[in-house]
Each structure stands twice: as structure tokens, then as C-alpha cells.
Ligand binder design. Structure first.
Ligand SMILES: C[S@@+](CC[C@H](N)C(=O)[O-])C[C@H]1O[C@@H](n2cnc3c(N)ncnc32)[C@H](O)[C@@H]1O
Length: 386
């Protein structure tokens, strides 16, 4: 190994250690040195009448990673302008560099530049060869055998090929999937006017210029106050609801991203909330029924959600604890109702009326008397109190 190569290797490993230790300032310093060395060597190699392409490609790769890592460190220090310049430096060398695109998207999102963030994430998800993990083979094989090894993988997961129809070619399978899908939609639409209305409102993704917030289907937002947003996301639609989920959804424009909200064990089913599990009991039951399943809220609240344990862990104290318990009042009643211990709980769980009054007080202070009346009505309606 030449002295120059040795110097580069040393710089690289020291900078990586600092990055992993989250010592951002020092790692930026070392990455800057590494970038200088890389650039000098690239320019020397280019002056060679017969440059070695392998050598050049290795140097460019090192330079790209150094830019990308310095961008990460700078973004952690909120030096977004220079972090973006570093991202662009890395992307000039490798336009589909996964980590850089991801970092750029996150920086743009922090800067509230949603449209640009959307562009960066589109490249991340749509450009072939960006490292997205394709589950098509496993899905087309009927989910048989061991699932692909994903425990260590960080990045997008896609099912590029359709799950219905023949396996002759990817294109064929996809066409069959779309045909079946369209047939099903057409059939449903003829039977149900409400569905027809909803489907007509789906975004085509063309009106994104007006997008102001990083949420929901762009076309729907703000144009019809009855709907917060609707859309069809094929992969996400495989995910079931849980009152104690391990993932969350994030909508950016017409894209839905699912990310873990806590550590997920290997083989554990991914779930997210379809509705707010802290909304009043009746509301939750109603929502789960509207999804066509009977979420056993009592069970979920005291067994699955382990509300009491959760509150200890999250250090929920005082009134907040009482309000949370009140939100699950029927669940407590169901579990402890026949027991004498319910007496103990009844002292600790405020009555719904007490909560509504307290919320009204906050509302008065926050919104002034004017907006308050409608709000009180809403709260009463939501809590099932009239
Ligand atoms: C978006 S899909 C979820 C994926 C669906 N289970 C599948 O296999 O395609 C929503 C439907 O899944 C079912 N589902 C979702 N979460 C559930 C749960 N916690 N318990 C029972 N059924 C659930 C309901 O039938 C619901 O209408």
C-alpha cells in the first residue's frame, strides 16, 4: 500500500469512528481532510495519460462517501446549507447514492422545502438500482419458505411485480394485477356511490405545486373539508391495525412511508394505528367497526396496550394519568367491574363530565370565548356526552 493510500485509509477510519460516536465537529474536520486528499489524487490520476479506471472509480467512491458522511455530520449540527452542498457533491459523483438521497430528503424536510424533499424521496424510491429491496419473488411464490433476510436492512421495501396472475414475466404479472384491480374497483363503484365519490377524489399526483404541508393526497387537501385525504397505497394496505403498534405512517405528498416506532423483533408483524387509540372508547369501537373488524378495545387497552405499564414507562403523572384512564373507562370497568378493586380505580379515574369541564377550561383560555362554544359541543359529541 502506498503512503498516500495509507493516509487515506487512516483518515477514513478515524473519521468513521468519530461519526459513529456522534462527535460531529471533529468528524467534519477529518472528512474535510479526506476530501482534500481524494480530490488531489483524482486530479493527479486524471493528468496521467493512461489513468487506471479501477483506481479512479475507487477514489471517486471514497470521495462520494466522504461528502455524504460530512453532509450527515453537518446536518446534525443544523448547518443545512453546507450539508446540502455536500449532498450535491456526492450526487454529482453518484446520482443515485442511497444514503445521500435519504440525507438530502431529510434536510429539505427540516427546511420545510416539501416539494424538493418530495423530489429527493421520489428519486430514492423510484430510480432503479437505488438499493430498494424487492419482495416480488417471495410474494409471487405465495409467501412460502423463509422470508427474505431483512433484519439488518435499512431502506425501502417494494413489491415491484404484481401478486395476481401468471409469473411468465414481471410485466405480465403487473398487467394482470392492474386489470384485476381495475375490475374490482369498477365492480365496487357500480354498487356503492360513496366509494365512487371517494375514488373520483383520488389525487393524480399532478397538482403538487400547491402542496403546502407534508401530508396526504395533495389534490384532496383543502378542496373538500370533509376528507382529510384518501389514497390507495398497495404495499401499505397489507398492514393491519394494532392499538399497540410498532410502526407509524408518514404521508409526504402522494407517498406513504412506514417507519418503525419502536424496536421490532425479527419475525414480528408490522402494524400501525388506523385511528387514534386515545380517542374515547365508543369512538374507537365505532372506527374499528367501520374497518370491518371488532377491535377488542377492552382487551387492547388493558392487556395488549398495558396502559398502566406504559404510563409508568412514559412517566405519565397527575391529571394526565387520570384523563388517560378515563379515556379507557369502560375497559377498566369491564376488567375490574365485578371486583372490589374497582372501588380503588373509581377514585383514580375521573368521570367523563369532569374531563369535559376541564377541557372546556383549557379551551376557554386558549381560544377565547368565541370559538369555544362550538368546540365544547364537539368535545361533548366526541365523548358521547350530550
Ligand atoms: C388495510 S387492510 C389490512 C390488510 C388485510 N388484513 C389483508 O390481508 O389484506 C384492512 C383490513 O384488514 C383487516 N384488519 C386490519 N387490522 C385488523 C385487526 N387488528 N383485527 C382484525 N382485522 C384487521 C380488516 O378486515 C380491515 O378492513
Amino acid at each position: 500500500m502506498s503512503a498516500a493510500e495509507e493516509q487515506m485509509q487512516q483518515l477514513r477510519s478515524q473519521a468513521t469512528v468519530l461519526l459513529l460516536r456522534e462527535e460531529w465537529g471533529d468528524s467534519i474536520h477529518l472528512y474535510s481532510q479526506l476530501i482534500d486528499v481524494c480530490q488531489a489524487r483524482i486530479s493527479n490520476t486524471n493528468q496521467d495519460p493512461n489513468p487506471d479506471p479501477d483506481h479512479l472509480s475507487k477514489l471517486n467512491k471514497s470521495l462520494c462517501i466522504a461528502f455524504s458522511n460530512r453532509a450527515e455530520a453537518r446536518s446534525k449540527l443544523q448547518d443545512f446549507t453546507r450539508a446540502l452542498q455536500d449532498c450535491d457533491g456526492a450526487l454529482r459523483i453518484e446520482p443515485t447514492h442511497f444514503k445521500t438521497l435519504y440525507c438530502k430528503g431529510k434536510i429539505l424536510l427540516s427546511l420545510n422545502r416539501y416539494l424538493n424533499a418530495l423530489d429527493a424521496s421520489k428519486q430514492l424510491y423510484l430510480t432503479p438500482g437505488t438499493g430498494s429491496f424487492d419482495l416480488s419473488d417471495w410474494v409471487l411464490n405465495g409467501l412460502k419458505g423463509m422470508p427474505p433476510e431483512l433484519a439488518e436492512y435499512i431502506g425501502p421495501v417494494v413489491v415491484k411485480r404484481g401478486i395476481l396472475g401468471g409469473q411468465d414475466s414481471a410485466e405480465n404479472a403487473q398487467l394482470v394485477m392492474w386489470k384485476n384491480f381495475i375490475d374490482k374497483v369498477k365492480e365496487t363503484v357500480t354498487k356503492c356511490q360513496e366509494t365512487q365519490l371517494l375514488i373520483n377524489m383520488l389525487s393524480t399526483g399532478e397538482d403538487e405545486v400547491d402542496l403546502e404541508v407534508p401530508a396526504v393526497s395533495a389534490k384532496v387537501l383543502g378542496k373538500n373539508s370533509d376528507f382529510y385525504g384518501i389514497g390507495l397505497w398497495i404495499l401499505a394496505s397489507f398492514i393491519n391495525h394494532s392499538c399497540n403498534p410498532n410502526a407509524r405512517r408518514l404521508h409526504v405528498g402522494d407517498y406513504v412511508m412506514v417507519h418503525a416506532s419502536r424496536d421490532v423483533k425479527a419475525g414480528e408483524e408490522i402494524t400501525f394505528m388506523y385511528f387514534d387509540t386515545l380517542s374515547p372508547f365508543e369512538k374507537r369501537a365505532e372506527m374499528s367497526m367501520s374497518w370491518g373488524f371488532n377491535c377488542n378495545v377492552a382487551d387492547a387497552s388493558l392487556k395488549e396496550l398495558r396502559l398502566e405499564e406504559g404510563m409508568k414507562r412514559w412517566a405519565v403523572r397527575g391529571k394526565g394519568k387520570g384523563y388517560l384512564r378515563a379515556s379507557y373507562w369502560p375497559a377498566y370497568a369491564e376488567v375490574y367491574g365485578s371486583d372490589r378493586s374497582m372501588k380503588r380505580w373509581s377514585r383514580q379515574i375521573p368521570k367523563m363530565e369532569a374531563i369535559v369541564d376541564s377541557v372546556v377550561e383549557v379551551g376557554k383560555r386558549k381560544r377565547g370565548i368565541e370559538g369555544c362554544c362550538r368546540w365544547i359541543e364537539e368535545q361533548r359529541w366526541c365523548s358521547g356526552i350530550r
